[in-house]
Design a binder for this molecule. Sequence first.
Ligand code: SAH
Length: 361
Amino acid sequence: MSGPELLGLFPEELAGYLKQLGQPAWRAGQLFGWLHKGRGFDEMGNLPRALREQLKEQAVDHPARVMERFESRLDGTVKLLFAMRDGHCVEGVLMPYRYGLTFCLSTQVGCRMGCAFCASTLEGLARNLTAAEMMHMTLLAGQQIPGMPVHNIVLMGSGEPLDNYDNVVRFLRLVSHGDGLNLGLRHISLSTCGLADRIDRLAEEGLPVTLSVSLHAPNDEIRQRTMPVAKAVSMDRLLQSCRNYIEKTGRRVVFEYALVEGVNDRPEHARELASRLRGMQCHVNLIPLNPVRERQLKGTTRLAAGEFRDLLESLHISATLRREMGADISGACGQLRRRYLLKEGAAYSLEGQETEKGDKA
Ligand code: SAH
């Protein structure tokens, strides 16, 4: 099984592909429909058997598979480890909320942004995920909990979505396609560490996804301590792109702010943050930093985090303190894949991408 990953193609591109196989263009609609129901070539009952055999030989229907599944006893969160065809693996998390299932999707294998608090970036970037891989993981996620289709997607797994721009935008158009899953773009959040020029480009795509920006600091000096991207993009420049995004899409921007004890969690930080965000159509999502074994940084206590939120609210900045979910199943970004890499280091290095580390789990 090799050749093009058909889940990454639009109906008109499938039509072009089928034409090369001597098939009429109208079969593309059938094929697209089956693929986006998660079906494999063998199950595509209304396609001629000879065509199904040809597709099996020449193309890819399923570029990902669920390798491991962990279910939290605390809150029903399900963490999945997906394997790609080349052996690379990434995480996904399913969070069952009252209103439906939220799927946290990875966009890259690893990450090259280097944020000091994040486990996904410890091994650097291995490669971008393709649109087909992201699409297939979404379909697999929707099969995990009976009666619970994916209702929301957050691009908050491993990777920087705007560093894999073309594949991510293609995925957004595919997952919201009317003949496929038809997921509303307003139910999708794209989280970025702040690649301002790419935010500007995204604002022009006509894709009204919620933009989430990982701010994590009230000023450049503190931001630069944990986020290398802050050395290339100032907060002024970043906030300018956010304002432009709000103006172009009519959507409010969400700022992610992980509270780190003694670094960004003091009352003066809340006041400075409020003054920077004043007048913006935005919301601040606070979360006490989830400690990562390899990093020294500590999360703020729940109590102090609550005070930080109250202070922001009193300064008229809308803010919520996020619930931590799945703490018992390595819920934080990159932790599960990393645990897997350390445990399976020798086997994984056969793929030629990772080498075993000394600090085995
Ligand atoms: N690269 C994108 C999306 C992936 S990370 C981004 O930077 O936004 C999703 C969110 O989790 C980001 O806000 C990221 O900063 C945050 N995050 C990463 N590690 C964390 C940790 N240990 N504790 C709390 N939040 C963390």
